[in-house]
Design a protein. Structure first.
Length: 341
């Protein structure tokens, strides 16, 4: 074998190392799951857990533009759970070594460890990369969604000073995002900061609302019906996506709250200044076209209006489904628009 061919094979293997590792662990899981199903009649991981993990990995790939982060954490978290299983078997008295059982228990515990490690990695090492680039179009879509949420919850019917103030703030900031989406006025740093903070508040709010919806609705995860099972799986997939935004936007907002550092004004001021720069840097200078803004309002408003009138799915479901699908629909719309031209 020539040295050139060897170098090419080495380069290819290094390039796809994460993919090979992921496929190895996927095959390992399939073998364990098959054995577990043959003996106990159930799968190791239910569909909703797999959907939750898929949502986390999907959004991680979409934001960071790479599979490395999610795949690497997946492998490390499984090794950690497997090592913990070995250790517990080692210290447990009167317990026979059973590799299959250790693998089964490790896979069952893996989603929890994966989520904890992913959160830790995002907060400590990957805070900047996990923040997606924001645009006027994204803020416009978020504002429309926020207005829909206020209307759908019926908050406009309550005569309460706090709720009235909340609604006024929502309408004011939404109008501000509408203005920027349709005008060609220069996006100053102040505008970027306001739009970025407003976007962070909405996304974190919706992420928490989506999570709380699961606790209140008591979703049933065991069903034999294909449609119901698919609906539940998509719900957990969207929950996995929303968890990423809950983490990221929490970090983008919590720094503005004063703490004990307020007694050391210089340090607190430096923290605020750095956080402001993060918000400004993640907001794109590219202004959205009026055509895209019109399509966003028409499409998103129609979807929310139909769901409000006919109560097809929960508001959390339709909001997050719109978040995920609209960028792809907009790309398709622009593709056909440019093709006609």
């Amino acid at each position: 074998m020539s040295s050139k061919l060897k170098n090419e094979l080495t380069s290819t293997f290094s390039k796809y190392l994460y993919l090979f590792s992921f496929l190895f662990f996927l095959i390992l899981y399939a073998i364990c799951d098959f054995n577990f199903y043959e003996t106990d009649g159930i799968h190791l991981l239910p569909l909703h857990i797999l959907a939750l993990i898929a949502g986390i990995i999907f959004e991680s790939k979409r934001i960071t533009k790479t599979w490395k982060t999610a795949v690497l954490i997946s492998i490390i978290s499984f090794i950690a759970t497997f090592s913990l299983g070995l250790y517990l078997y080692h210290i447990s008295p009167n317990t026979k070594f059973d590799l299959t059982q250790i693998l089964n228990l490790s896979i069952l515990a893996w989603p929890i460890v994966f989520f904890i490690l992913y959160v830790t990695f995002s907060l400590i090492f990957n805070r900047r990369r996990i923040a997606p680039q924001l645009t006027e179009g994204i803020t416009l879509m978020l504002s429309i969604s926020m207005i829909y949420w206020v209307v759908d919850t019926g908050l406009v019917r309550f005569d309460n000073i706090i709720l009235r103030t909340f609604i006024i703030i929502v309408i004011s900031l939404s109008l501000f995002s509408f203005y920027n989406a349709f005008s060609k006025v220069y996006l100053s740093d102040t505008k970027k900061l306001i739009l970025s903070i407003w976007s962070s508040i909405i996304m974190m709010f919706f992420a928490i609302d989506n999570l709380s919806g699961f606790f209140h609705s008591g979703n049933i995860v065991s069903t034999n019906e294909l449609i119901q099972g698919t609906y539940i799986a998509i719900q957990y997939f969207l929950l996995g996506i929303s968890s990423i935004y809950m983490i990221q936007n929490f970090m983008m907002l919590i720094g503005f709250l004063p703490s004990w550092k307020i007694f050391f004004f210089i340090e607190y001021s430096d923290t605020i200044s750095e956080l402001k720069n993060q918000h400004i840097d993640r907001y794109s200078d590219t202004q959205v076209s009026k055509s895209d803004s019109k399509f966003c309002i028409l499409f998103v408003s129609t979807i929310f209006f139909l769901n409000y009138c006919f109560d097809i799915v929960s508001r959390q479901f339709i909001i997050w489904l719109t978040f995920v699908t609209f960028p792809f629909l907009l790309m398709t719309y622009n593709h056909f628009l440019n093709k006609k031209k």
